[in-house]
Design a binder for this molecule. Structure first.
Ligand SMILES: [Zn+2]
Length: 287
């Protein structure tokens, strides 16, 4: 997704003039098309996030028409939509808007994303979709609570001119949203007095581990014998708006797992990422 498209997508979510109570929001309020095929999955992921969230976080996710939670707890609706060509891309996984405190999930975008990171290629594990979606929703909720907009997409195209390692405000926002996920998950994993919450969080943590393994496996296989220029596309940031996705996942995974494997995966990635432009890649020499 280009920066312009991203900005346009976020403007869509700003076009709503009158704000009904958050639980009454529908995709049509944003002139988006409702989807329902993955609704059971969304409901499961919403329940997972609500189970993981610390009790002192005064907000819970909800799906349209669901019972509003207990008094004093704000709700953030999760709306499931289908792509409509121009306005909502089939690679948009999720958008978050702090103005309306809503998260929009792209049905096709999420399916394309799960397929891209855990398909049946033989060298990648299948990742539980509900746990993967719970991670995405928690990340978007982190954006909303911090007051910034968020967009999560399956970035399939590489614009070589935009590859960079530069800091930006948007990238900082991504790191803040991931830090929210890590804080919530680490808090739940330390809460051994609530076994159900611990187990629910452990499953999301396993999904994140598998995601980090899969991204590394996909990169290794697809990068076998590839050129140095192609390496940079894999290791650098693809736009100003988001840090490299694999790098983000490896960092988040290590913040939660904090073991030798998560450390090695992260360090291997950082070693190549820091190589001077044009240096030969150890990935090629050591596939
Ligand atoms: Zn984000």
């Amino acid at each position: 997704m280009t920066g312009a498209f991203l900005a346009f997508s976020l403007i869509i979510l700003s076009q709503k003039a009158e704000v009904p109570s958050s639980n009454a929001l529908r995709p049509e309020d944003f002139k988006l098309r409702s989807a329902n095929r993955l609704l059971p999955l969304v409901e499961e992921a919403v329940a997972i996030v609500n189970r993981v969230l610390a009790t002192d976080i005064p907000v819970r996710l909800t799906t349209p028409g669901a019972e509003i939670g207990r008094p004093g707890v704000a709700t953030v609706p999760v709306l499931l939509v289908r792509p409509d060509g121009a306005r909502f891309s089939d690679s948009t996984v999720a958008l978050a808007t702090p103005e309306f405190r809503a998260i929009v999930v792209g049905e096709t975008g999420f399916e394309n994303f799960t397929h891209a990171v855990s398909d049946q290629r033989g060298y990648t594990a299948s990742i539980a979709s509900r746990d993967l979606l719970a991670f995405v929703l928690m990340h978007e909720l982190g954006h909303i609570l911090a007051g910034h907009r968020g967009a999560f997409w399956d970035s399939q195209t590489v614009d070589r001119d935009r590859l960079n390692l530069d800091a930006s405000l948007d990238k900082t926002h991504e790191e803040e949203a991931d830090a929210f996920v890590a804080a919530q998950m680490n808090g739940a994993l330390a809460d051994t007095g609530d076994f159900d919450r611990w187990m629910t969080t452990m499953r999301v943590s396993i999904a994140l581990s598998e995601l980090s393994f899969n991204l590394a496996a996909i990169r290794r296989v697809e990068c076998f014998g590839c050129s140095v220029l192609r390496d940079i596309a894999l290791f650098w940031d693809r736009a100003d708006s988001h840090p490299n996705f694999e790098y983000r996942v490896l960092q988040l995974n290590h913040r939660i797992q904090n073991n030798q494997t998560s450390k090695s995966l992260l360090e291997e990635f950082e070693t190549v990422r820091r190589l001077p432009h044009g240096a030969s890649s150890p990935i090629v020499a050591n596939p």
